[in-house]
Design a binder for this molecule. Structure first.
Ligand code: GDP
Ligand code: MG
Length: 440
């Protein structure tokens, strides 16, 4: 028999596991993927080590290769590292919600202020005030005022001569007096981390006791993000981050740094220059983006799903005992429909390729009809299809009950018989292969 069958047999027979041996190569690939996504090197090292440990012994789902299964393990690990679920902004116990935005220059703080203002106003129905404390560039204040006027959110500012902490305090005072629900404080940034910037940030923070201190992190900055996150978290104790410019080419490795280094979640993602371009952060989406292997994940997830639905080995056993009833038939078709596992397996076997292509295609279309007909059968009929082969009145009753014609029931019988035949052949081939050892 052919190598194809050998492989196919492996796929259905073996309870594959991830081993030190079969993850070695794929692990190298994953390491490279992480570095390409700009995850910082120490983090990659630490992460790879952890994954290698947790991957060992993991079951490889049927129809999936070990390297693909490994990607799934890595992905799950990434998701949990990035905080699992998405996280909302903190709500104040008393007084207005105050969000302080921090970050280096040009990362998108001011834009994020506008985006958050729009979000809070539109989605959360809050009355929002923005406060401009970037006094070093007159253009910075103008920028915030302009954004505010676009979304009809007032901006509190005191020009470029005032002290940032004082502006923030007065802004909050105004918000309290005028019953604003939320205050967003935009701050100044520098090109590099320096102590003046951090001191000023601390002073502004003290002046307003924010409910959230969010670090804007430019997704394009890559590996440097790690240092930035650490510095800001150390001096201003963040409550979270906004990952900006995720609409760019970046694979978003910075997302990993944020959580790993600060322990704080990413709360939002900026996906464009427009104020509407703000999304909640979804760890799972970002994980697949970092890995850049989204389709593999889909395959594995479908396989895991299908494995739950059905067990091919169990099917083979039933076939060998000459049992393949309408319940099995339905399960098989559902499984084919959801991923084509059986189709994939059968394609590797000479002589089966034709059948698989034609019949699975037709079956996918007919699936819904078949299901209705089968559900019109009695329990007995489902478990013993021969009852139908010999009995026209039963077929008539099923046709009527399911809103079909008699010839549809005959068609179902035909497809069922054909499939049973194929599986029997397959089972026989595997049985002989399994006992005698297959030749290449
Ligand atoms: P700040 O110095 O931190 O306040 O940064 P700004 O808010 O002024 O933004 C700097 C530049 O980045 C501007 O040209 C913004 O339009 C742009 N920007 C901000 N957020 C995003 C984003 O999510 N996607 C894209 N493509 N551009 C952004
Ligand atoms: Mg700014």
């Amino acid at each position: 028999l052919s190598r194809g069958l050998d492989k196919a047999w492996d796929m259905v027979r073996k309870d594959g596991k991830l081993t030190a041996d079969n993850i070695k190569g794929p692990m190298r690939e994953i390491r490279r993927a992480l570095l390409e996504a700009d995850v910082s090197l120490p983090l990659v090292r630490q992460f790879v080590k952890k994954v290698e440990e947790s991957a060992l012994g993991v079951k490889v789902v049927k129809g999936v290769r070990p390297d693909q299964q490994l990607v799934k393990v890595v992905n799950d690990e990434l998701v949990s590292l990035m905080g699992g679920e998405k996280q909302d902004l903190n709500e104040p116990r008393l007084g207005p919600q105050v969000i302080l935005l921090a970050g280096l220059q040009g990362v998108g703080k001011t834009t994020a202020a506008g985006k958050l203002a729009l979000h809070l106003q539109k989605k959360m129905k809050k009355k929002v005030l923005m406060v401009a404390t970037d006094v070093y560039r007159p253009a910075a204040i103008d920028q915030l005022v302009k954004l505010g006027s676009m979304i009809k959110v007032p901006v509190f500012e005191m020009g470029t001569d005032a002290d940032p902490a004082d502006i923030a305090a007065k802004g909050l005072e105004k918000a309290k007096k005028e019953k604003f629900d939320a205050v967003i404080v935009d701050t100044s940034g520098r090109l590099q981390i320096d102590s003046d910037m951090m001191t000023e940030l601390q002073q502004v923070k003290e002046a307003v006791s924010p409910t959230d201190v969010l670090l804007a992190v430019d997704a394009m900055t890559g590996q440097e993000a790690a240092g930035v996150v650490k510095a800001f978290n150390d001096s201003a104790e963040l409550t979270g981050a906004i990952l900006t410019k995720m609409d760019g080419d970046s694979r978003g490795g910075a997302a990993l740094s944020v959580k790993a280094i600060s322990g704080k979640p990413i709360k939002f993602v900026g996906t464009g220059e427009k104020l509407e371009a703000l999304e909640p952060f979804y760890p799972d989406r970002t994980a697949s983006r970092i890995l850049g292997m989204g389709d593999v994940l889909t395959l594995v997830e479908k396989a895991e799903e299908a494995a739950k639905q059905n067990d091919t080995e169990y099917m083979m056993k039933r076939l060998m005992q000459n049992k393949f009833d309408f319940n099995d038939f339905l399960n098989q078709y559902k499984m084919m429909n959801s991923m084509g596992t059986m189709g994939q397996v059968m394609k590797m076997i000479p002589g089966f390729n034709q059948i698989t292509d034609k019949q699975t295609a037709a079956a996918e279309k007919s699936m819904a009809r078949y299901e209705v007909m089968i559900s019109s059968m009695t329990k007995q009929e489902r478990a013993d299809p021969e009852l139908l082969a010999l009995n026209i009145s039963r077929r008539r009753r099923i046709a009527r009950g399911s809103g079909n014609k008699e010839k549809d029931v005959s068609e179902l019988m035909g497809v069922y018989t054909g499939m049973r035949g194929q599986f029997k052949r397959l089972a026989k081939m595997m049985q002989s292969g399994g006992m005698g050892g297959m030749q290449g």
